[in-house]
Write a protein that binds this ligand. Structure first.
Ligand code: PMP
Length: 355
């Protein structure tokens, strides 16, 4: 058995893969593949409706918010957010916590003005800035709740008098959030929601048309909302597999249950990193992510040796991102505690082998 610690696309539950593969052959006893049915068929309409209902139920989305399934990944949201809610001549406030956060700010700069309220670039993004001020004259404040590359996470929603926009690509559905604390949430699906190809957007309806700009229809949130995410052909298969994955999460007991599991998984791994003299965590303890655990060793030769052992033990995808080095274990919802234990065992085996 492979233990998949990949950062995304990443592990999804085995039963989801099984059901999805069955639907490729025969979707819901229609005698047709999910890949060939019309997105306008009543069978697929039911899929979109159920997927939206599951998102609303699992995240407790209040009235007045639209739930959209779009394409173009989180990267397209870097552009759509300012196009839709940053008026001509206005500025937006961004928190810089790493590559994805700064890419989001960079795209917004192409649309209007951007003020970076704080940055943790001084220590290679190993922490989340605190105590910064959010300007009340900005059109919105944008931050990234989980920094996939650096292994930091923002657990406390910043308070602001202006709309709050969050990139939750790598921690959505992993812990309880209060959707009402945000005005716009977006997330590429390919971590905890489903396969790559669909992007979840949860937007407060009063943000529609906020920028006052004339946009190509496809880039406006309102057109997608009015069409129930069917303005054009949606990513049919990605939405379908997301629905199966959301059903899995619901059957498990929902966010409250998965959050407890995620806490235990992260703690188990961080405890070993702290205990084992060969490894060192890279993120400040207060800001450590429950989704992406980043750690290093003191010499590159030892790192290569541990990677070889990991490979032998079927631990996949733990090589760190090039901008941090070392290792990154992405421990998303579908990764079991058994896989965490397999990694911890390999770390202990490595230590023993050095005695
Ligand atoms: N934001 C975050 C936090 C991410 O982790 C990623 C991708 N891993 C992105 C944005 C970019 O997402 P996409 O590839 O869907 O555009």
């Amino acid at each position: 058995m492979k233990h998949n610690f990949g950062a995304g696309p990443c592990i999804l539950p085995k039963e989801v893969f099984q059901e999805a593969s069955q639907a490729v052959l025969d979707f819901d006893n229609t005698g047709l593949s999910i890949l060939e049915i019309s997105h306008r068929s009543k069978e697929f309409e039911a899929v979109v409706i159920e997927t939206e209902r599951l998102v609303r139920e699992l995240l407790n989305v209040p009235h007045g918010y639209s739930v959209l399934f779009l394409q173009g990944g989180a990267s397209q949201q870097f552009a759509m957010v300012p196009m839709n809610i940053l008026p001509e001549g206005a500025k937006a406030a961004y928190l810089d916590t790493g590559v994805w956060a700064s890419k989001a700010a960079k795209e917004a700069k192409k649309v209007g003005q951007v003020e970076v309220v704080a940055s943790s670039s001084d220590r290679n993004y190993c922490y989340v800035p605190k105590g910064y001020e959010i300007p009340s004259d900005a059109a919105y404040f944008h931050f990234t709740s989980n920094n996939t590359i650096y292994g930091t996470e923002v657990f406390e929603t910043p308070k602001a008098s202006i709309p709050i926009v969050v990139d939750m690509s790598s921690d959505i559905l992993s812990r309880n959030i209060n959707v009402a604390d945000y005005d716009l949430i977006y997330a590429g699906a390919q971590k905890n929601m489903g396969p790559a190809g669909v992007t979840l957007v949860i937007i407060k309806d009063d943000l529609f048309g906020k920028s006052g700009r004339t946009l190509p229809t496809i880039f406006g949130y309102e057109a997608h909302a009015k069409a129930g995410s069917m303005y054009n052909t949606p990513p049919v298969f990605s939405i379908y597999v997301s629905m199966l994955n959301l059903r899995w999460l619901k059957a498990k007991g929902g966010i409250a249950v998965i959050e407890q599991e995620n806490i235990v998984k992260a703690r188990t791994l961080y405890d070993e990193i702290e205990r084992n003299p060969y490894f060192r965590g890279t993120a400040d303890v207060a800001d450590r992510s429950r989704m992406n655990v980043t750690f290093v060793m003191d010499t590159p030769e030892l790192e290569a040796e541990f990677l070889a052992l990991a490979k032998e033990r079927n631990l996949i995808g733990i090589k760190g991102h090039r901008s941090v080095g070392g290792f990154r274990a992405s421990i998303y919802n579908a990764l079991s505690i058994g896989s965490i234990n397999a990694l911890v065992d390999a770390m202990q085996e490595f230590e023993e082998g050095k005695k």
